[in-house]
Design a protein around this ligand. Structure first.
Ligand code: AHR
Length: 503
């Protein structure tokens, strides 16, 4: 099969926002403890952070990091996580049936963020706590000095404020599993009150209200409408969360997961704009897609769930999915979906970062390695710059059980006027056939091909990187790519993700 891509630097969707390449660190399983933090490890620095993990996070190219949850945040008392370590309480974490030692808290995490060069995005607990505790955390974080909580921060070793700009008003409050789960009306009122109070303290904040935990939720659509009806004037973003997995061996549907993400984003945009119209508002609410990934949720629910009144382990192995080539192709295509919607998706977080449904894995006392999903993320984060271009694709389609007829090929492109570079990201969802893509580059000034990298495996789309074989899967140069007389041609192997850079 063949496909034709039309792309022109004059037709743009919106700027490439660095916050699209965010991630998420939750106090869950071995994400923090025995993940990014392992004091006894040979590569640990003076603060107990693994320097090999720091290097991989930098290579991944992660911008903003959401913290500390997730479901965890709905039972979290932030005060437990600051002050002298020996005085910090051990607490039950009901979300993941674990013990939270509070050995790593706000100060330690902020210090780690400085090492990796990422921005902090904080979530407040609106499940079991309320407006006052959110205000306290904000005062502790953002007020310079002269008040009880800002002075306490200084006494705890941090004279400078953390200066956190982006705040999530709770987490997945539509989910019945969430501690303090509420109806849309109850949550909308609480979120509005909390947002107003937080802005009274610091009007420059950027606030995210909880949207649905997924487009499959029974309240999806109505939840967004009702929550925004209460909070429209108080917040900047509404969140989307989406996880995908291959179900019942239906690889064709799984490879088309980004079709679902496209529809999800477009539905939330439509709903937010409906509320805007109904209110006669001139303000636009954008999306913070602050949890997205491939996640084999079924396995967690059936095999991993921890139970028992006397069984609350510290940092158990939870949600440690091992990702295949097919999973990485889906992650690459989800990034294509986020880029295509750069006009309305302002921020996004790959959930999560280390060990827990993560692009980076570690072994206690042992190595750290890149999962297959690391590669499309790091290369997209590195190459996408300037403006996202509006692309049009003439591609064959195929039938899926989950989404009907879907495009065989998907694409996104960016162009950076300041450097004259262009990046094109492509996915081939065909399970058996190569697809040759052509693009007329006539509108670009004398483009030359700088690089072409493809992630695929001719023998096994389920190949993975593991502790024993950490480099089994990686990127390789796509030798079929060429630019001749202003025309680009590239052949995409079956089940593959490709990034081209042109200068
Ligand atoms: O990322 C894992 C979990 O998925 C998060 O804690 C929760 O917000 C979502 O359901």
């Amino acid at each position: 099969p063949t496909a034709r891509l039309t792309v022109n630097p004059d037709f743009t969707v919106g700027p490439v926002k660095r916050r699209l390449f965010g991630s998420f660190v939750e106090h869950l399983g071995r994400c923090v403890y025995d993940g990014l933090y392992e004091p006894g490890h040979p590569q640990a620095d003076a603060e107990g952070f693994r320097s090999d993990v720091v290097e991989l996070v930098k290579e991944l190219g992660v911008s903003t990091i959401r913290y500390p949850g997730g479901n965890f945040v709905s039972g979290f008392r932030w005060e437990d996580s600051v002050g002298p370590r020996e005085l910090r309480p051990r607490r039950l974490d009901l979300a993941w049936h674990s013990t939270e030692t509070n050995e790593v808290g706000l100060h330690e995490f902020a210090s780690w963020l400085e090492k990796v060069g990422s921005e902090l995005m904080l979530a407040v607990n609106l499940g079991t706590r309320g407006t006052l505790e959110a205000l306290d955390l904000l005062e502790y974080s953002n007020i310079r000095s002269g008040t009880a909580l800002s002075d306490l921060r200084a006494a705890n070793g941090r004279p400078e404020p953390f200066g956190v700009k982006m705040w999530c008003l709770g987490n997945e409050m539509d989910g019945p599993w969430q501690l303090g789960h509420r109806s849309a009306a109850d949550y909308g009122k609480l979120a509005s009150q909390t947002a107003k109070a937080m802005r009274q303290l610091d009007p420059s904040l950027e606030l995210v209200v909880c949207g649905s935990s997924g487009a499959h939720m029974p309240t999806f659509g109505d939840w967004e409408r009702e929550v925004l009806a209460h909070t429209y004037d108080d917040v900047d973003y509404i969140s989307c969360h989406a996880y995908y997995e291959e179900k019942d061996g239906d690889l064709g549907s799984f490879l088309a997961s980004a079709v679902d993400m496209d529809r999800f984003i477009e539905s939330v945009v439509a709903t937010a704009d409906h509320v805007k119209a109904a209110r006669g508002s001139d303000k636009t609410i954008n999306i913070s897609f602050d949890e997205w990934n491939v996640w084999y949720l079924d396995r967690f629910q059936k095999v991993e769930k921890i139970e028992g009144l006397d069984n609350w382990p510290v940092a158990p192995r939870l949600l440690e999915d091992s990702y295949s080539v097919a999973d990485a192709v889906v992650v690459g295509s989800l990034l294509i979906s986020l880029l295509k919607h750069a006009d309305r998706v302002a921020s996004a977080s790959l959930a999560q970062l280390v060990n827990v449904i993560a692009p980076i894995m570690t072994e206690p006392g042992g190595p750290a390695w890149r999962q297959t999903t690391f590669f499309p993320f790091s290369l997209t984060s590195r190459l996408a710059a300037g403006e996202v271009l509006s692309v049009s694709l003439d591609t064959p389609h195929y039938e899926t059980a989950a989404y009907g007829s879907v495009p065989l090929v998907d694409a996104a492109a960016t162009h950076d006027q300041s450097t004259g570079t262009t990046a094109i990201f492509l996915v081939n969802r065909s399970q058996h056939e190569e697809v040759t893509v052509t693009a007329d580059l006539g509108a670009f000034d004398a483009a030359i091909l700088l690089d072409a990298q493809t992630l695929a495996d001719p023998n096994d789309v389920y190949a993975k990187n593991t502790l024993k074989a950490p480099d089994r899967v990686g990127l390789s140069r796509n030798k079929t790519a060429e630019v001749r007389e202003g025309s680009l041609t590239v052949t995409l192997p079956p089940v593959s993700w490709t990034a081209l850079s042109l200068g």
